[in-house]
Structure formats: structure tokens, C-alpha cells
Design a protein around this ligand. Structure first.
Ligand code: SAM
Length: 243
């Protein structure tokens, strides 16, 4: 199905419009979180972004499973921008058991809690401000749909790196067009990924475009391996490095 076919289907168009409203130009982070809280009411978010139109959760979970072929029950994961918990549901199908989540939208988190899949949930924005989580806590941070207008800034990626162990993975998927349409990312996100790779803070294992990520639009999946030691990623209050 092409995006043109999405435009021709009024029901799908309604879902697409609801999604566009979460990404209006110039939205402040607090507005984004409020929008999602309202959208989550009566499970409308899950009804709108069902797997027929939004494949992000299954895409990212499959990549995480490829990254951890054995002993998945022992892997410590954090789902960044966990929303209502769709990524956690997909991860648990692969045998992952220890999953934490972070999201700033209270309404989304409320629903996430009802899934009983997540161990700890944090109501926080992922940004340059350090999360209340110790450095090197997780084997893997996953994120689907957390990047967009007013969503996770580039500095949030560095904060994810801080809370992942040396040798651990960050796997995130986002809509391809946001990489140039969202000012925060255009000419910044990929250069920052390259720069920190040259500084040996992580290694870019993969950057791959995926078809049909959301509303028949392409996504991009990134897989980073964290390096630490003398090359630690710092977002600590007294040593915040900006992207
Ligand atoms: C499209 S939803 C994706 C939710 C879930 N990952 C999924 O795939 O269904 C985007 C989520 O990003 C969250 N979000 C927005 N800004 C964020 C930030 N700075 N840090 C963490 N999460 C954020 C929103 O609250 C929302 O729950």
C-alpha cells in the first residue's frame, strides 16, 4: 500500500491526522506530552496507531532480539519514550523479561502500567538533563517513535548512551522524513552520531532504512554500540556536553 492509498482511506486519514497533531511545527516538549496524555484517553492512541499503520514497535523489538540471541531473560532493557507500552509487549514475545520504561506523558504511562510488563517506569523527558538512573545500568536502550518535532532532542541520545553499559546497544527507529523536516535533527543528528563515533563514544553498527514504518512511510533504524572507559559519555549535571 502506498501513502497515496492512505490518503484515499478516510479512516486511516483520521489516524494520520491525529498523529500529525503530535508533531506540529514549533511544539514545545510540554505540549507534546500533554497531547499524548489526551490522545491516550480511552485507548485512542492504541486504536489509532494500531499495527496496520504503525510498525515501529515490532521493528525495534526484532532488532533487539537479533542483538541478544541468548539469555534474553537476563538482559536489562529500557524502552525510551515507552508510551502505552507497545514496544514492551513486542519485546516480551522474544523472551525479554527485565524492561523499564521512560516517558513524560502521564496518560501514556498510566496505560503502560496496566500491561504489567515493565519493572520500573519513569515519568521524565529524555533530554540533556540526566535521568534519575545510574550510568551504565542497561544492556540496551530501545526507542520507537520517540523522535519528532518537540520530542527527544539530539542531546537525549547522549543521555541514553550514559545509562547503557559499555558494550551495550542503543537501537532506535524513527520516521525518515523527520531527519530533514525537524529542525532539531536536520544537519545535526547524523553529524552528532558520526562525531561521537570518531570520539570513540559509540560505534555505529547499522543505519538502515525500513519500508512501511508508519503510514506507509519509510523509517530509519540506527544501532549503536556504546564504548566507555576513558571515552565515557557525560551528561552529568556538572559536566554536560552538548551535541
Ligand atoms: C509515537 S509515541 C511512541 C510510543 C511508543 N514507543 C510506541 O511505539 O507506541 C511517542 C512517545 O514519545 C514520548 N516523548 C515525547 N518527547 C519525549 C522525550 N523528550 N523523552 C521521552 N519520551 C518522549 C511521548 O510522550 C510519546 O509517548
Amino acid at each position: 500500500m502506498s501513502f497515496h492509498e492512505t490518503e484515499e482511506n478516510p479512516q486511516v486519514m483520521e489516524k494520520y491526522t491525529a498523529n500529525c497533531k503530535a508533531h506540529r511545527k514549533g511544539m514545545a516538549p510540554e505540549e507534546v506530552a500533554e497531547y499524548y496524555t489526551t490522545w491516550a484517553e480511552n485507548q485512542q492512541y492504541d486504536l489509532d496507531l494500531d499495527p496496520s499503520v504503525y510498525m515501529g514497535p515490532s521493528i525495534v523489538a526484532k532488532e533487539a532480539a537479533k542483538g541478544f540471541e541468548e539469555n534474553r531473560e537476563k538482559v536489562r532493557l529500557i524502552d525510551i519514550a515507552c508510551g502505552t507500552g507497545r514496544v514492551g509487549i513486542e519485546l516480551s514475545k522474544y523472551g525479554f523479561k527485565y524492561i523499564d520504561g521512560v516517558d513524560p506523558a502521564e496518560g501514556m504511562l498510566k496505560q503502560c502500567q496496566t500491561s504489567h510488563i515493565y519493572t520500573n517506569l519513569y515519568k521524565e523527558f529524555v533530554c540533556e538533563k540526566p535521568l534519575p538512573i545510574a550510568e551504565g545500568t542497561y544492556d540496551c536502550a530501545v526507542c520507537s517513535g520517540g523522535f519528532g518535532e518537540g520530542h527527544i532532542p539530539c542531546s537525549g541520545l547522549k543521555e541514553m548512551a550514559r545509562i547503557v553499559k559499555s558494550g551495550g546497544l542503543i537501537i532506535f527507529v524513527m520516521r525518515k522524513e523527520y531527519m530533514k523536516d525537524v529542525e532539531e535533527y536536520a544537519s545535526k543528528l547524523e553529524p552528532m552520531i558520526s562525531r561521537l563515533e570518531h570520539e570513540h563514544k559509540w560505534e555505529l553498527l547499522e543505519r538502515r532504512e525500513v519500508a512501511n514504518y508508519s503510514f506507509n512511510k519509510d523509517g530509519v533504524i540506527f544501532k549503536l554500540r556504546i564504548k566507555r572507559g576513558e571515552h565515557a559519555v557525560t551528561n552529568a549535571a556538572n559536566g554536560t556536553e552538548r551535541a
